[in-house]
Design a protein around this ligand. Structure first.
Ligand SMILES: C[S@@+](CC[C@H](N)C(=O)[O-])C[C@H]1O[C@@H](n2cnc3c(N)ncnc32)[C@H](O)[C@@H]1O
Length: 468
């Protein structure tokens, strides 16, 4: 292990060297991608002298710091003499001294290019991760500064992002994305006048499984619930749920004005969607309809009119204030074929195979576990049942900083995924005839560069197959 000798030699000087290699921006990006919460446990693999660990303990996270070099770990102990939130373990990234499924997040900053077999190291990171937790790897993009191999014992000259993405997927992670960090790693050769200048990527993947109570997903749900509770508690709420950035517009542009003309202003004023999923659903009298994230109920009330007295509409929303507003409107309209249930769309309070049509308007993008949403949608649909949703999606990947701010998530930006990934998740859940029937360009929220990814409102349809 040549790099171990190297790091033992430079351990006491590493912190100073590190500062010239990469900046704190890399750490901020990594922490932002992990949704790690105070009180949780994170593993910092290849912890060095504690660059990432420092940011984690500052946020109240307990850290298992693993490094192959005892000298590095000693230097780290000296940096944090009074810190009892750090558990130091000497060990190899490909054989981590950590139990299975025991940590909430795994970080590896500038480690991967030193390991012998990167896919093995990633598999180890996934092994120790609890379901719902995230792996975040920050490392160098592919480069050709060969002096780094000789002088700093880099095993790999960076990586292709597509290759890292494939390794994370092959290790069983979902919601995988690899993005730039806007930071560069600079390092001058000691033996020539060459100077490396290499961009740094951040790669993130989430381990499948429910984590709604003890992981980062809970923080996302809380932020989203608070955002919509505040809107529902505003008497004349007519603000757009998807923020003022143009990812949704006023309801007269979303719906045919004739369609909503007879709805009370309390309902149209609390329309927070980004499209009109009802019109493409082709509802028939007598059908049972489920609206995921029903909010103030606009789509439920439109659907109730179309399915008639012999049909039935259920709206599910996790925000009690939204359920209260929807029920108040229902009572005022005297409807008997609509019901609102409080619950999460990742665990629907709805019977198996009981629904003909699922609607949803600008909600699934808000879910931190879209795979669970589609699995649940598939479960509750009758065979042959349809799904018709309007949602915010992207074309391309958004910059990583969009994940930082939970306000961005609640405003339908940070949780939006690439439209092709969205369609693929539906197929993986078992849906067939999966189509994005139309897409409307919303404002280009990032406004940064043509490569930043575009935010769109799409109408998406799919069908649960009949038994063969
Ligand atoms: C942008 S609003 C859309 C409301 C409604 N569909 C409309 O078009 O007016 C999003 C709604 O989804 C709800 N919501 C978000 N995430 C949810 C989840 N995981 N489970 C259940 N409801 C959720 C919020 O409480 C909010 O009412």
């Amino acid at each position: 292990m040549a790099s171990k000798v190297y790091f033992d030699q430079i351990g006491s000087r590493w912190d100073e060297l590190r500062r010239s290699f990469f900046s704190e921006a890399v750490r901020d990006k990594a922490l932002a991608l992990a949704y790690v919460q105070p009180g949780q446990v994170a593993a910092d693999i290849g912890a060095g002298t504690g660059f990432l660990t420092e940011g984690l303990v500052r946020r109240g996270v307990r850290v298992i710091a693993v490094d192959q070099s005892a000298v590095m770990l000693d230097a780290m102990r000296q940096r944090f003499p009074a810190e009892d939130a750090i558990d130091y373990r000497q060990g190899d990234a490909e054989h981590l001294p950590i139990d299975d499924q025991s940590v909430d997040a795994v970080f590896a900053n500038m480690l991967l290019h030193h390991v012998e077999n990167p896919p093995n190291a990633i598999a180890e990171m996934v092994r120790i991760l609890k379901p719902g937790g995230r792996v975040v790897i920050t490392d160098l993009d592919e480069h050709n500064y060969t002096f780094l191999r000789d002088e700093q014992h880099d095993r790999w000259l960076g990586f292709k992002r597509a290759e890292v993405e494939r390794w994370l997927v092959e290790a069983g992670l979902e919601q995988v994305r690899v993005v730039g960090t806007d930071d560069h790693c600079c390092s001058a050769s000691t033996q020539s006048d060459r100077r490396a200048d290499v961009t740094i990527f951040a790669a993130m993947g989430r381990k499948a499984g429910s984590s709604t109570t003890e992981h980062g997903d809970a923080a996302i749900h809380d932020a989203v619930r608070q955002h919509y509770a505040a809107i529902a508690s505003t008497p004349s709420a007519s603000s757009c749920g998807c923020g003022s950035d143009g990812c949704c517009s006023d309801q007269s542009r979303l719906y045919d004005p004739a369609l909503i003309a007879e709805l009370p202003v309390d309902v149209t004023g609390l329309s927070l969607g980004c499209g009109d999923p009802v019109s493409i659903a082709g509802l028939n009298p007598g059908e049972t309809v489920l609206d995921l994230g029903s909010g103030g109920g606009i789509d439920c009330f439109l659907a109730a009119r179309q399915v008639g007295e012999t049909g039935y509409v259920i709206g599910v929303d996790m925000t009690p204030e939204m359920i209260a507003r929807a029920n108040a409107s229902k009572a005022r309209m005297g409807l008997t074929n609509v019901e609102f249930r409080q619950g999460q769309i990742e665990a629907l309070p709805v019977d198996d195979e009981s629904i003909d049509v699922i609607l949803s308007n600008c909600v699934i993008n808000l879910s931190p576990d879209k795979r669970a949403v589609f699995r649940e949608a598939f479960r509750v649909l009758k065979p042959g049942g349809r799904l018709s949703v309007s949602d915010i999606v992207t074309e391309g990947t958004l910059p990583a900083y969009r994940d930082i701010d939970l306000t961005d998530w609640a405003a339908c930006v940070a949780g939006a995924i690439d439209v092709e990934d969205y369609l693929q998740l539906l197929r993986e859940a078992g849906f067939v005839d999966v189509h994005a029937v139309d897409k409307a360009t919303a404002a280009e929220i990032s406004g940064e560069s043509a490569h930043a990814g575009r935010i769109l409102s799409a109408r998406i349809t799919a069908r649960k197959p009949l038994p063969a």
